[in-house]
Design a protein around this ligand. Structure first.
Ligand code: FAD
Length: 414
């Protein structure tokens, strides 16, 4: 890797969590050259997690939590351009913007995030059908919830379940249709997923597993849905929460490799040494799974942003931060450290019936992930253990007196 000059012109495309963190860390780390942050959303860069939580709470004032105050960008000499980047020219190292400008760069960081997957069924374009990614999406959904009587959520992923919990808090009837046989099937163990399903059902949500949506119905405005089992559901508001796709069009058009995200190496760099990718749009080799992964979390976006800033400043090393994630679904507080893979052995710590427990996932006999329900101490201990590459013996966890926190505090055996 050639050392970069601290006066290099850095352009970051995407002013979300990853892009803002890259720009901020770059300046904080002593970069002296121009930093341009290009974002196509009109709002000041903001946090997305509250959009499906606090922002939708009944009676709450709208919350738009800016990642940084407007003043920050001025003070830090970060040139925030609220316009879309439309093309990259790698030969001349320029980025074309939608306002006609052409930005030259020495280093480019792609932080373009992800876009909601659309629902390929008839009626998906009816009024009253919502998606949730952006602040305008959240404002429309919030207004919709205040008028709705019954809500149908398509997809029991994190966003779908958080919206389902918020809709129940509004006193609305809520049905969730999920094609898989459990909620959060892509990320959670069966033990934790079963608990999540039970919590939502206890709250009054009609959670239908193994049932996909085949059509949304209504004239102009949605009034219901048809499920793959042939059942019909009434709803005057539908939230489509069927996941996201990484925004890779710019990278692909510029000839960079793309496979479920912009393909980067262990240092988050693309095969073009002047271009990095970070956050939801980046597909990287994980030191924790031994596979290529693309993560969708604030931690991943922020840590990758910091990592690339350090690399641009000359401190290039493999990216190895422990992935972690949280989700609040009404009273359910879920935290995940590490990444579970299908086939991992699972051991329960605590009793799901108490509503406070962790599922420890082991791969080849070593701790790989911990899913904690209302056990923040386990979550913090798991993050420390995974970062240090330490693992309890799976058998030790079967002792009811075992404490992950105490184990993490115990001295490392010589
Ligand atoms: C409703 C919701 C709730 C969430 N809750 C949680 C949670 O509880 N915990 C958690 O860890 N994570 C959560 N997440 C995920 C987390 O917010 C994302 O993983 C994180 O925001 C990713 O940051 P990013 O910068 O990679 O992408 P983004 O936040 O998507 O930012 C990318 C930005 O790039 C812009 N852009 C794209 N293409 C261009 C272009 N050509 N030109 C200019 N700009 C462009 C986009 O418009 C966007 O503003 C949630 C996400 C959503 C939507």
């Amino acid at each position: 890797m050639c050392p970069r000059a601290r006066s290099d012109r850095v352009v970051v495309i995407g002013a979300g969590q990853a892009g803002v963190q890259t720009a901020a860390a770059l300046r904080a780390g002593g970069h002296d050259g121009p930093i341009t942050l290009v974002g196509d959303e009109p709002a000041l860069p903001y946090q997305r997690p509250p959009l499906s939580k606090e922002h939708l709470a009944p009676g709450a004032a709208p919350v738009a939590l800016p990642l940084r105050a407007e003043r920050f960008f001025v003070d830090q000499r970060i040139d925030l351009r609220r316009v879309a980047a439309t093309a990259l020219d790698r030969a001349s190292r320029t980025v074309a913007l939608d306002d006609g400008a052409a930005l030259p760069y020495d280093v480019l960081v792609l932080a373009t995030g992800a876009a909601n997957r659309t629902l390929p069924v008839p009626g998906a374009d009816l009024a009253g059908v919502h998606a949730l990614r952006t602040l305008p999406d959240a404002e429309a959904l919030r207004a919709g919830l205040s008028r709705a009587r019954s809500v149908l959520v398509v997809g029991a992923g994190f966003v779908g379940l958080e919206v389902a919990a918020a809709a129940r808090a509004h006193g609305l009837g809520v049905t969730v249709l999920e094609a898989a046989d459990r909620p959060l099937a892509r990320v959670l163990s069966r033990e934790a997923a079963d608990h999540v399903a039970e919590v939502h059902r206890r709250a009054g949500t009609d959670l239908r597993l193994g049932e996909a949506v085949t059509a949304l119905t209504g004239r102009g405005r949605v009034t219901g849905a048809v499920g793959s089992a042939g059942s019909e559901y009434r709803a005057d508001l539908v939230l489509v929460g069927t996941g996201v796709v990484p925004r890779t069009a710019l990278a692909a058009a510029a000839g960079l490799p793309v496979a479920d995200g912009v393909v980067v190496d262990g240092s988050l760099r693309t095969p073009d040494p002047a271009i990095y990718a970070v956050g939801d749009c980046a597909n990287h080799p994980s030191a924790h799974t031994g596979t290529r992964i693309r993560l969708e979390s604030v931690q991943n976006a922020a840590d990758q942003g910091r990592h690339v800033a350090a690399a641009i400043l000359g401190d290039a090393r493999p990216y190895s931060e422990v992935p972690w994630f949280w989700s609040h679904q009404g009273p359910l507080k879920l935290q995940i450290a590490g990444v579970r893979l299908p086939g991992d052995e699972t051991v329960l710590c605590g009793d799901p019936a108490t509503g406070r427990f962790s599922v420890c996932c082991f791969r080849d006999g070593r701790l790989a992930a911990v899913e904690s329900v209302d056990r923040p101490a386990d979550h913090m201990a798991a993050r420390r253990l995974l970062a240090a590459g330490r693992s309890p013996d799976p058998g030790a966890l079967r002792d009811p007196a075992f404490s992950l926190k105490e184990f993490a505090r115990s001295p490392v055996a010589a």
